[in-house]
Design a protein. Structure first.
Length: 179
């Protein structure tokens, strides 16, 4: 791709940002299952994959990357260990590398400050944890209680249940059917 090819760059960005599933290919089958129409039929003839709602969610959830995983992967000539990569990536000038490398590392350390849990809740759910819902005042953290006995004692004092919620066992699901 040429450096001034704006349409090519846009196509590349759209390709990289596309979703895992084409929503226009999803439909509801007569028996209530979800049908996904494939681009090309399989060698043995099927053109659709059939899933129950839970099966489809399980398959789509497997596409979600694990926490803190690097989402940018480079393959081929752009891979970190590629033999031709030095010819593509411009070398850093030796004179600049010494002083600027230390400054760059300091900047990276400053940027990597962790966001505390209260700020994450505020960003995600628009809920201010430290604002009192009764009086509007500011709350503050007095202690973090991790020990089970301490938590149980506090819950008993407040008259709240101390037993955990019982969870139902997961049910087996059938494999996706081909049609």
């Amino acid at each position: 791709m040429h450096a001034n090819d704006r349409q090519g760059l846009e196509r590349l960005c759209r390709y990289g940002a596309r979703g895992a599933l084409a929503l226009e290919r999803l439909s509801r089958a007569e028996d209530g299952r979800i049908a996904y129409r494939m681009k090309r039929p399989l060698p043995d003839g099927p053109t659709h994959l059939l899933f129950t709602g839970l099966e489809l969610l399980r398959r789509v959830a497997s596409l979600v990357p694990p926490p803190r995983a690097n989402l940018t992967r480079f393959h081929g000539i752009f891979a970190p260990g590629a033999k031709l990569r030095p010819f593509l990536v411009p070398p850093v000038e030796e004179a600049r590398a010494g002083g600027e490398a230390a400054v760059r590392k300091e900047r990276m350390k400053e940027r990597r400050l962790r966001v505390d849990w209260a700020e994450l809740l505020k960003r995600t759910f628009d809920f201010e944890v430290f604002a009192c819902v009764r009086c509007g005042g500011r709350r503050r953290v007095l202690a973090y209680v991790k020990a089970g006995r301490g938590v149980r004692a506090i819950l008993e004092h407040l008259g709240l249940p101390t037993a955990g919620v019982s969870l139902a066992l997961a049910q087996e699901s059938t494999q996706a059917a081909w049609c």
